[in-house]
Design a protein around this ligand. Structure first.
Ligand code: GLC
Length: 422
């Protein structure tokens, strides 16, 4: 019994020491409440800048009008097709919406890979691929004879002047397709679909994934007026008063604004918060200097951040007896799925040991505790930053309504949000 206590005491002490060591090392990544309130205030100012006619051209947070003016009210019905490009997989869906007194809908989906040749190739190939996948889906679901309206979820910043048009402002995440920037992606999709003489579809609407998330959630909950995605990338949208949207004529009612918050900080607004690891990650990415807020938050980047941190700690002799492995030196070797596994309640430490061993590091118990804590700090900062920007949006919504207190709903989606253990 005494031995068991001694062992437990030893482990607790070991753990405390490792956690303190990492906390000290990553001091700059642990954001205090004051700093987060400041981030919130900076984001509030960015939103105002993005909405203003004269300030929008130089704003980094683009605050893009979506031309979605209301949420579903339950009276919608019919059969629809939808395609979704921008996450880790390409998706095709059939959506049936019934209007039978109580709202209900049915969704059937098929997932397709998005190989590097497609997401870093040329535009024609990309849109042909989307059309081919859609035809495959219609074949599988026996829908080819039907003329169905098509929704296009395209999760990249687009300048819209109506619902079924969108000029790509620039690629984000791991996409870099030639010849698409500044062109209307709806036109390109229509062209690709017209090559298939055996189907007849028209693109009804182009929406960002955040807008799709808000609308889906709004279908079940009338109070939903914010959409948030934390997945491969991160972004949010919300319902803004038309009178505040300088770029769209008219003052009546509201319109959903796609904030494109991933670009927050691209003008240097977050330089005091970015660490040497954030800078290194950015320099090694396909879009240096771009999407700096996103690079501190979303799943495409968190694994790499963890790798860069533990690599430096190892080089300084703080981990693995100072022995670096080739795998640890290799970009992309630690992914979000590993970070999540290492942070899991109960199995986390044994997962950490397994993952580090696979990287040819020879982790001691201390190493595992320290690396697990590195993951926690990186994930925690991601959640904190998201919360700060979300708080800015919610405060703006409340102030727009001239309320002191407000009850609202945020629709949330994205792989990181759905699978992170904490
Ligand atoms: C990137 C895209 C944005 C999208 C987000 C989440 O930030 O630019 O449009 O909403 O990723 O997928």
């Amino acid at each position: 019994m005494f031995a068991v206590h001694l062992l437990a005491f030893h482990f607790t002490k070991l753990k405390e020491d490792q956690i303190k060591k990492v906390d000290r090392y990553l001091y700059h990544m642990r954001l205090s409440d004051d700093v987060l309130l400041d981030v919130m205030a900076r984001f509030q100012a960015e939103m105002v800048k993005g909405l203003g006619r004269d300030t929008n051209p130089t704003a980094t947070v683009k605050m893009l009008p979506s031309f979605v003016r209301s949420l579903p009210d339950g009276s919608e019905k019919g059969d629809f097709l939808a395609v979704d490009l921008g996450g880790s997989l390409f998706r095709a869906h059939e959506v049936k919406v019934f209007d039978d007194g109580k709202q209900s809908s049915q969704l059937e989906s098929k997932f397709y890979p998005t190989p590097k040749e497609v997401v870093q190739g040329n535009g024609t190939e990309l849109f042909d691929y989307i059309a081919d996948c859609l035809v495959d889906f219609m074949e599988a679901k026996n829908l080819k004879h039907k003329k169905l309206p098509l929704g296009f979820t395209f999760s990249f910043p687009c300048k819209q002047t109506k619902l079924d048009e969108g000029f790509l402002l620039g690629w984000t995440k791991n996409f870099k397709v030639r010849g698409v920037q500044d062109t209307d992606v709806v036109v390109s999709l229509r062209k690709a679909l017209q090559k298939h003489k055996d189907i007849d579809l028209d693109v009804l609407a182009l929406v960002n994934d955040t807008v799709g998330t808000m609308m889906t959630c709004g279908y079940d909950d009338q109070r939903c007026e914010v959409g948030l995605v934390i997945g491969t990338g991160t972004n949010a949208c919300y319902m803004e008063e038309m009178r505040h949207i300088d770029l769209v004529a008219g003052d009546e009612g509201r319109m959903c604004i796609n904030t494109e918050w991933g670009a927050f900080g691209d003008d240097g607004a977050l330089e005091d918060l970015r660490t040497e690891f954030d800078r290194e990650l950015d320099l090694g990415s396909i879009n240096p200097g771009k999407q700096l807020f996103e690079k501190m938050i979303s799943s495409l980047y968190l694994g790499e951040l963890v790798r860069l941190i533990i690599l430096k700690m190892t080089k300084e002799g703080l981990l693995f007896n100072g022995k670096v492995s080739t795998a640890l030196l290799t970009k992309g070797k630690i992914e979000m799925k590993h970070v999540s596994a290492m942070e899991k309640y109960k199995e986390g430490l044994s997962n950490t040991k397994e993952i580090l061993t696979e990287l040819n590091l020879f982790p001691s118990e201390e190493d595992c505790i320290a690396v697990q804590h590195v993951c926690t700090i990186v994930s925690f900062r991601s959640a904190n930053l998201c919360a700060a920007a979300l708080a800015a949006i919610l405060t703006r919504l409340r102030e727009n309504k001239k309320l002191l207190r407000m009850r609202t709903t945020v629709g949330i989606d994205g792989g990181l949000y759905k699978t992170h253990p904490q």
